[in-house]
Design a protein around this ligand. Structure first.
Ligand SMILES: NC(=O)c1ccc[n+]([C@@H]2O[C@H](COP(=O)([O-])OP(=O)(O)OC[C@H]3O[C@@H](n4cnc5c(N)ncnc54)[C@H](OP(=O)(O)O)[C@@H]3O)[C@@H](O)[C@H]2O)c1
Length: 343
């Protein structure tokens, strides 16, 4: 059994990690931490896990967590992980960080979107945890920068097509919609029911912090600087994320060729489902699962790509566990192979 710890276990991403890990056949959840709820049973905070995850939350102490866990998930707001992860690595632990702190290879890009980085050397060593794309790097890394939810939904459909030079990277526009849990559990006016229900709005138009993360990966993939137009929207639902991407075709291609390219690329990768002709992804069809569904349509010279994920699963905790499985040489789907709820 792999002994696993979750730091920040009572936030939305951390709680989703607890939900997944308590049922993982090869992992034992041995320690969970929280500042506010230290000494409280996890199931008192999330009663859905009553009788399933009754363990007590602990205050975070490096020594304690290192004694109890071999793999540590950090599900904290950005800036905190870069302060604690170096010590965890020094003590021989392997870390999957869900924040933005280790997602960037170009530290200057991180710093212009977030804040000064205090563990730059680790950023260079970290693997970007987009599981289906960077499996080899993830296998041998001690620190994983788990991708953001928007980048996961944007990059999975685009990368195979960029590698085959099928799209003009200067013309990419992505329009994404997220459920409110994407903003985390900390109270804020913009997440109040009366602000979100009966409402649908874009926010941080062409100014979201996930934009530079996507640009960095797409630039690496295409071998030249890429800067996409990205507009996120807030949906009046708790979980789920849908991205509609638009790009000009780099040459004449039929829809079947695009679908075939995606199908070929993701062959044997069970969490990415390329939908058949005429079918378009829907957040409901991936809810609570680690799937990313992708559909496509050509309109004139323009390719339209649609992807749907659950922001808390493939967009956060599910992909983090998938990365742990890859790091530990386990079956990639271990602990993740449940089917989505049909309704
Ligand atoms: N929500 C998503 O859909 C999603 C998707 C992908 C990635 N992520 C990333 O995952 C990380 C966690 O996100 P989340 O949505 O789970 O956030 P969240 O619900 O706000 O949870 C963050 C947790 O961190 C703990 N924490 C410890 N020190 C803290 C501090 N100084 N300030 C604030 N919180 C502190 C808090 O628990 P205590 O106060 O009890 O310690 C809190 O529950 C973030 O880096 C986020 O970007 C989230």
């Amino acid at each position: 059994m792999i002994r696993v710890g979750v730091v920040g276990a009572t936030g939305y991403a951390g709680a989703e990690l607890v939900r997944i890990l308590q049922g993982h056949p090869e992992a034992e959840l041995s320690v969970i931490t929280s500042r506010q709820y230290a000494g409280t049973a996890f199931s008192d905070i999330y009663p859905a896990l009553y009788g399933i995850a009754d363990m007590l939350c602990e205050s975070f102490r490096t020594e304690d967590i290192c004694e109890k866990a071999d793999i540590i998930f950090t599900a904290l707001p950005h800036k905190l992980p870069m302060e604690i992860v170096p010590e965890l690595l020094k003590k021989g632990k392997r870390v999957v960080d869900l924040s933005a702190d280790f997602r960037f290879r170009d530290v200057k890009r991180y710093e212009s979107a977030y804040q000064p980085h205090c563990a730059k050397e680790l950023s260079e060593k970290a693997a970007y945890g987009l599981s289906e794309i960077y499996r080899e790097e993830i296998q041998s890394a001690d620190i994983i920068g788990n991708p953001g939810c928007y980048p996961t939904s944007v990059l999975l459909p685009l990368i195979p097509l960029i590698r085959e030079n099928l799209i003009d990277t200067e013309t990419i526009i992505c329009d994404s919609k997220s459920g409110v849990s994407g903003a985390g559990r900390s109270p804020s006016v913009t997440s109040l029911y009366s602000e979100v229900a009966e409402s649908f709005k874009p926010y941080k138009v062409a100014a979201h912090r996930h934009n530079p993360e996507m640009d960095e990966v797409l630039s690496r993939e295409s071998g030249k600087e890429v800067s996409i137009t990205f507009v996120p929207h807030l949906l009046p639902m708790s979980r789920g994320m849908l991205t509609t991407g638009y790009a000009n075709l780099a040459r004449t291609a039929k829809e079947a060729e695009i679908r075939e390219c995606l199908q070929h690329f993701y062959q044997g990768r069970q969490f990415v489902r390329i939908l058949p002709e005429g079918k378009i992804p829907n957040t409901l069809h991936v809810r609570s699962s680690n799937f990313c569904d992708i559909g496509c349509k050509i309109h004139g010279k323009r390719l339209i790509l649609v992807s749907a994920i659950d922001n808390l699963v493939k967009g956060a905790a599910g992909q983090a566990v998938q990365n742990m499985n890859i790091m530990c040489g386990l079956d990639e789907s271990s602990g993740l192979d449940w089917v989505p709820c049909p309704l």
